[in-house]
Design a protein around this ligand. Structure first.
Ligand code: SF4
Length: 471
């Protein structure tokens, strides 16, 4: 059993985050003051926070402490623990001791890539990526006025469940009636809240799930409802997640075009049809190409396409080949995700972590994808990480020219208010804090996750949001 004893602090969360990167899902035994991994190596270490704010980790007769600037306690304890675990395992993580979902936030606080490397042990290529992306995030965020609102509309249904998915989405093959009722409830919520909105809407994102899973009639009705009830200025960025090519029809594309949708997402995830089939996605790579061409021919010039590196049933070069094929299609945005594992997904953590049984393979194929994208004229414009991402890597959105998504940046920044409609949505209010340039204080207002409960309680959900925003 692997054990970390906490001394002088109770930062279980931070300790767990570092332990998870090396040994898998930990258990926090707060009564015993420790974090353990039952099937980890037989090692017992102590992670201490001293009264002067410095952290020291003791392991196997050695002492690990950083000589230099003391960080705030949450980061300080992770740093000395990371130093110990990296030494014990001889593994250096690409993001060093940074475990949070927003490495670009840390980059924005530091003077240079060099200080990310020195203070947090971030690898030079990742430090440079974080600094470049952070600059672009700040530029894009400045285009979203402080007092504006970002709106999210969620459709938590999909035509089938992808094997790697952890999202709270329902497979509509067995819930068709529920989908129609859900869409009607969503319209009720939008109508109830929209008339109270008293500030400009900078971005609107219809996501899921797969919004294009709605039949053409309901899909058009939802767009009518949005455009009739919410004041959407011509400069507002409106994105529709048309994720699954098998749900996109001419009729839905025409609906989107006629309503003035500016950005759509068509997500292949991989360009290997056999992988798609094994993952439970009911489309082929050829479907993706066909639908993409249809959309381009209809005049959509701002299309995002998502890829996932580290999928089961694939080796590293398959992902690089998929990147090459998307670059040939030349969408404005390509987002490279690294597979991550959450509780509800059908694939196992081992499948996520064991691509080619090697950390280096996944790392190298993501680096090669990035290189190809930059060579083809794309640049990184936003980035985030998720817990249990394969080998501690990240997800990065790439854009050509000035096409980076305002919504993606604003949403991840936790610096702009988000009003969420639909089951599982999280509305946020973000408040500037004295002395903090980038880090806002965030208040959250969740919506019930279950679609049926949402349908039953939609009036209450609408009232809760009106009160939360003080409209
Ligand atoms: S399309 Fe997306 S939300 Fe739907 S099941 Fe697949 S991964 Fe999950």
């Amino acid at each position: 059993m692997f054990e970390v004893i906490l001394k002088g602090h109770d930062k279980y969360y931070g300790v767990s985050d570092v332990v998870r990167m090396f040994f898998g899902v930990p258990e926090e035994l707060k009564d015993e003051g420790k974090v353990t991994v039952a099937d980890g190596p037989d090692i017992r270490i102590v992670n201490e926070l001293l009264p002067d704010g410095k952290s020291v980790t003791y392991a196997d007769g050695k002492t690990y402490e950083f000589e230099g600037e003391i960080l705030e306690p949450g980061r300080e304890i992770k740093r000395s623990l990371y130093m110990a675990l990296s030494d014990i395992t001889s593994v250096k993580m690409p993001w060093g001791c940074l475990t949070g979902i927003r490495p670009t936030l840390v980059a924005s606080e530091e003077e240079s890539a060099g200080s990310l490397e020195e203070k947090y042990f971030v690898r030079p290529d990742k430090a440079a990526l974080a600094v470049e992306t952070s600059g672009e995030e700040q530029r894009i965020l400045s285009m979203v006025p402080d007092n504006s609102l970002c709106i999210y509309v969620g459709i938590p249904f999909c035509p089938s469940r992808c094997e790697y998915c952890s999202f709270v989405s329902s497979d509509i093959s067995c819930h068709m009636d529920r989908l129609v009722n859900y869409e009607a409830a969503l319209e009720r919520e939008i109508k109830a809240v929209a008339s109270y909105i008293n500030r400009p809407v900078a971005t609107l994102y219809v996501g899921g799930g797969t919004p294009t899973v709605l039949e053409e009639k309901e899909f058009a009705s939802l767009l009518d409802c949005i455009y009739t009830n919410i004041r959407i200025a011509p400069e507002c960025e409106v994105t529709i997640e048309a994720g699954r090519p098998d749900t996109i029809t001419d009729g839905k594309l025409i609906s989107m075009r006629d309503h003035g949708i500016t950005r759509i997402c068509i997500n292949p995830q991989t360009m290997r049809s056999d992988t798609l089939l094994k993952l439970g996605r009911k489309h082929t790579a050829e479907d993706t190409v066909r639908v993409y061409s249809q959309a381009v021919n209809m005049g959509f010039d701002l299309i995002n396409m998502d890829l996932i590196a580290g999928l089961p049933y694939e080796n590293a070069s398959d992902h690089v080949d998929s990147t090459r094929r998307l670059i040939e299609l030349a969408p404005a945005n390509i987002t490279v995700h690294t597979l991550y594992k959450k509780r509800r997904a059908r694939i196992s953590r081992e499948q996520v972590m064991d691509i080619d049984k090697s950390r280096g393979e996944l790392d190298a194929c993501v680096a090669e994808s990035y290189r190809l994208l930059e060579e083809a004229g794309y640049h990184p414009y936003y980035m985030y990480r998720q817990k249990d991402t394969g080998h501690g890597l990240e997800n990065t959105g790439f854009a050509k020219g000035d096409t980076g998504s305002l919504y993606n940046v604003a949403m991840m920044s936790d610096a702009r208010d988000v009003l969420s409609f639909g089951a599982g949505g999280m509305s946020k209010r973000c408040f500037k804090q004295e002395g903090e340039l980038y880090k806002h204080r965030v208040e959250r207002c969740p919506t019930v996750k279950d679609a049926l409960t949402y349908i039953d309680r939609v009036k209450e959900m609408a009232e809760k949001k009106i009160s939360f925003f003080g409209f």
